[in-house]
Design a protein around this ligand. Structure first.
Ligand code: SF4
Length: 241
């Protein structure tokens, strides 16, 4: 891995930690299987909607074994507010069934005793669990393991700042971005890294019109410099009076 990129990744982390005030408090306190369900619900869905769907499942089922046994149409109706409920309902049931078969129960606490790459591989061997979901389960749940999730905001900021190339998808980006950060970082440090890049994507590096003129990363970002350089002088003057 290129040393320059490791230094840049660290510089971006420090800069954004200053802006968004690390350490960032964990937003979830869910057991790993609950976090797995929450993560499967959240794909391409607003947090408010996936949160509502998760609460509806929690309210309806006393335990997650009952969710596996429930009619799929009922699960689909409970999560109708998320994107693609007709795909997510059977997928969630199939994933939970696979966990039950492979682990012997719906308890993923044993993952805590595995090294992170092995824990991720165990999860990703189940069809329907990709790198983002496996990292979310390890990092966001009560396992609190040092794994780095990459969502679409995180991915966009990493691409625009040049940490990853323009053709690197979210899946492969997980290993590349993790390798750029110090190997001995703990769970909180990696969580902070994900959170600050995600927050930056939500609050400044917008999908359509990134606010490069007020971005704390402008001097580190080739995309922002190209955009600012392409502005007409009167536009730049309006941003920097
Ligand atoms: S300078 Fe612009 S493109 Fe680069 S990270 Fe900031 S907002 Fe995004």
């Amino acid at each position: 891995m290129h040393q320059d990129l490791a230094e840049k990744a660290l510089a971006i982390h420090r800069r954004l930690c200053g802006v968004y005030h690390c350490p960032i408090p964990y937003f979830h306190d869910l057991d790993p299987v609950s976090e797995l369900i929450s993560s499967l619900l959240s794909h391409r869905t607003r947090n408010a909607e996936s949160g509502r769907a998760f609460k509806a499942l929690r309210a309806r089922f006393n335990d997650w074994d009952s969710l596996i046994a429930a009619p799929t149409e009922e699960v689909q109706a409970l999560i109708s507010g998320v994107t693609w409920p007709e795909l997510k309902a059977p997928r969630i049931q199939a994933v939970l069934r696979a966990v039950q078969e492979r682990a012997g129960s719906l308890d993923l606490g044993f993952l805590r005793d595995l090294p992170v790459p092995e824990a991720r591989a165990w999860l990703e061997a189940i069809p329907g669990i990709g790198p983002k979901t496996s990292a979310a389960v390890l990092s966001f749940s009560t396992l609190r393991m040092p794994a780095l999730p990459v969502d679409s905001h995180h991915h966009r900021v990493a691409q625009r700042t040049g940490l990853i190339g323009p053709k690197v998808d979210v899946g492969p980006a997980h290993a590349i971005l993790r390798a750029q950060l110090p190997a001995d970082w703990d769970a909180q440090a990696l969580y902070d890294n994900h959170e600050v890049l995600m927050l930056h994507g939500q609050r400044c590096c917008f999908h359509r019109n990134p606010a490069c003129g007020r971005c704390a990363l402008l001097d580190l970002c080739p995309t922002g410099q190209a955009r600012e350089g392409a502005r007409a002088p009167w536009e730049t003057a309006a941003l920097h009076p």
